[in-house]
Design a protein around this ligand. Sequence first.
Ligand code: ASP
Length: 436
Amino acid sequence: MIVAKFGGSSLASAKQFEKVKKIVSSNPDIQVVVVSAPGKRQSGDIKITDYLYTLRSHYKYGVPEDKIEGEIMNRYKEISDDLNLGYRIEDEIKTFFDSCNKNTDTNRIVSRGEYFSARLMAECLGFEFVDAADVLHFTFDGELDEESSSIAVREAVETYGRIVVPGFYGSYPNGDIHLFSRGGSDITGSYIAAFLGADVYENWTDVSGVYKADPRIVKGAEVVESITYEELREMSYMGADVLHQNSVRPCQTHNIPIHIKNTNDPDAPGTYIIEEAKQERPVTGLACKKGFVNFFVYKRHMANQIGFVYDVLEIFKRYNVSVEHIPTGMDNITVVVQEANVSKCIHKILSDLKEELECEVDFEKDMSLVAVVGLNMIGHIGLSAKVLSILASENINIKMIVQSPDEMNIMVGVDTKDADHALDALYQGLHEQNLL
Ligand code: ASP
């Protein structure tokens, strides 16, 4: 049995809905279809979810809403008309708009993107529509109640057979809507696959799998045939944008393979995300994450001062800033954090560090981390030497080197202006040496 999730680009127009229909109707094993809200039809287009966030602000601040309501209505109506569906989605959308006012809950408004998309898809496929609010139950602290959700999902499938479920949301015990974070329909699909003990969780998107490096930067980058859950989590965390980071765990826990497939090229083999690596080469993939800030802390004989690192980190905790890395030397320590997390408190942190720890401080923005990831890197002698020599031969300055303790990730910090060059050089260099 298969749970298949289709992302926003797979649902952006009637033509895309038809592709989904072809995929689903040619595979009777697909029992549950999870959908996102319609995404962009072309670059520059606006996703329905983004429209809904704006619409909510218009309601809240009393800005005229008819133009945005019209845009949303037209997107769904056009899909419905082009597919010749008997179901009048426009009536349901209008009733919803009429029910909204400045107090309407944001989550309810935003979740309608997936809700209406699933309504149309259920009609298009002839499957039963099952509202995610009825089967994904959250506790009041925002945790998914896995036990009761699992029972509800299984009951829905037993009762209705093949079903369509909107992604991205569920409900609190009082019926209010709770959203996963952006891109969260991936998480819905993964939980449903886990609850049903599916043979595979298919995640249909607009790329043909997980690439060995971002193909927008590395021309001709290949797709990985299979990758382990852990490798994918490392790559996603380091910026590879394939699946929502939190969508791996439910399938991983139940050992359900995730299969990334391309709705626009359904015959392409895609990528399997599984427990055991089938890779023979040491490196599985490369990723690059931009936007890091380095805080430099200098203090003579810092290495001998017990608790110094603790005191430094305590200041970052105070501002709720997650620390990514802390390379240390004799008299200095660098704290690496994501720029987005410190944009409002950089100067406060600097002043607290300086005053409380009586040290010299400085900071530098625009560092990027390039990650070389692979389970087979563990115990592979000479790999970091190869990585560093490739970068040296390209004249790229290295600002920081970190190897994760489990040895499956070597991260190199470079100036952001060098990041794409570094990624491309590493791809070509490691590939030529049959290491990637
Ligand atoms: N529609 C939501 C978003 O744009 C969720 C999703 O597509 O997974 O973030």
